[in-house]
Design a protein around this ligand. Structure first.
Ligand code: FAD
Length: 345
């Protein structure tokens, strides 16, 4: 494999039902940073049927080039035609880096494609950067420069592993939704558009979709919330969450929770913040009766302002909090709600 043949940072621009998934914009934001450092271009690979109208937002959010693979076969996501499309694009265009969202679709597509193009893939990354990679860590002398260093939690979140792919291309990663930030859109930005036909030949791996049953979400997406009132085991029970809901209503926030709360059956999994839940970045994050375990903090530490309420003054949550209140939330939270409502009157 001649590594020099591989240039540019590509992202898989995931769309569902003709709507770009938010992860596509987040990947573009990170790809832009990496490409600027490598002095190269960002390419978005758009796969679907009748999706050409999505080119402009991709340009606005950082793509220099959009490769479109548009075919009725690609109307709904199916592993075989999508994997063929992306793998064929890689074999033709030779990107140096290929990023895919760690969504349900990306977790299926990414490994399948990396196997087809005979390269490695680091799954579920939370950090990506360009750096030097020691080939022989013991000697520490030989280094490969300008490598993609891919960081992800390992061993159940107890350690963090940084992985490189020095001998194969592209360097592939799936990236956790909510971790990277989309850039501010540039309204007048334009991208070079290229249509690519990977030639589809139906085979026995083309599953036939008989029906698509969509589940209707009963909760809001906490990743969109500007203010989150998050409760932990210290809230003490499902009914007590009413106290948090009253505060949320007073400040137009949404309620979220720790995993202990989900495990106890007090709140649904969609509201869980953390390593095995959602990564959130609200303007204000209230952590109420949450101890601040590393796996929880991983999902909320990038919030603009963190306010912790905990009766244990040594709780680790205070290490990441901007404001901390030591005491019983049952006294503090209703008083806070009352004061806020008074201010509004
Ligand atoms: P606790 O740790 O029990 O803390 C409760 C806190 O409430 C205490 O600090 C206590 O002082 C305080 N408190 C009690 N009563 C009151 C009161 N009346 N007023 C004020 N404060 C009070 N956790 C997550 O949250 N998200 C994840 O995604 C996640 N993923 C994980 C993945 C793995 C592989 C593993 C091993 C664990 C994961 N965990 C996750 C679990 C995590 O390690 C902690 O167990 C969990 O976050 C603890 O939840 P908690 O803070 O609500 O409960």
């Amino acid at each position: 494999m001649d590594l020099q043949e591989y240039r540019g940072v590509s992202i898989y621009a995931q769309q569902v039902d003709g709507q770009l998934s938010r992860i596509s914009l987040e990947l573009l934001g990170k790809a832009r940073e990496l490409a600027d450092e490598l002095e190269t271009d960002v390419t978005a690979v758009l796969i679907g049927s009748n999706v050409k109208n999505l080119v402009q937002p991709l340009a606005q959010y950082g793509a220099d080039k959009v490769i479109i693979i548009d075919n009725p076969i690609l109307k709904d996501y199916r592993t075989e035609p999508y994997a063929h499309a992306l793998a064929s694009m890689i074999k033709t265009y030779h990107p140096e880096i290929m990023l895919v969202g760690a969504t349900a679709i990306g977790r299926d597509l990414g490994p399948c494609v990396s196997a087809r193009v005979a390269t490695g893939l680091t799954a579920d990354c939370t950090k990506l950067e360009i750096g030097d990679f020691p080939i022989n860590p013991v000697a520490g002398k030989e280094q490969k420069h300008h490598q993609l260093l891919m960081t992800r939690p390992a061993f159940g979140g107890n350690t963090i592993a940084t992985i490189a792919c020095p001998n194969h291309r592209p360097q592939m990663a799936t990236v956790r939704p909510g971790v990277m930030q989309a850039m501010k859109p540039i309204r007048e930005a334009k991208a070079v558009v290229e249509e690519y036909d990977p030639v589809f030949v139906c085979n026995h791996k083309y599953v036939e979709i008989l029906d698509i049953v969509k589940s209707v979400a009963e909760t809001v997406d906490i990743m969109d919330a500007k203010i989150l009132i998050s409760g932990g085991r210290g809230v003490g029970g499902s009914d007590n969450f009413k106290i948090l809901e009253e505060l949320a209503a007073a400040i137009q926030g949404e309620v979220s929770c720790s995993r202990a709360v989900v495990d106890a059956g007090w709140k649904p999994k969609e509201l869980q913040v953390g390593q095995t839940g959602k990564t959130v970045r609200p303007n204000v994050y209230f952590a109420i009766g949450i101890s601040g375990a590393i796996q929880h903090v991983a999902g909320m530490e990038d919030s603009d302002i963190i306010i912790a309420i905990n009766k244990d003054e040594n709780a680790p949550i205070f290490d990441v909090a901007d404001y901390g209140i030591v005491g019983d939330y049952k006294k503090i939270v209703p008083e806070l709600t009352k004061q806020i409502l008074n201010l509004k009157m």
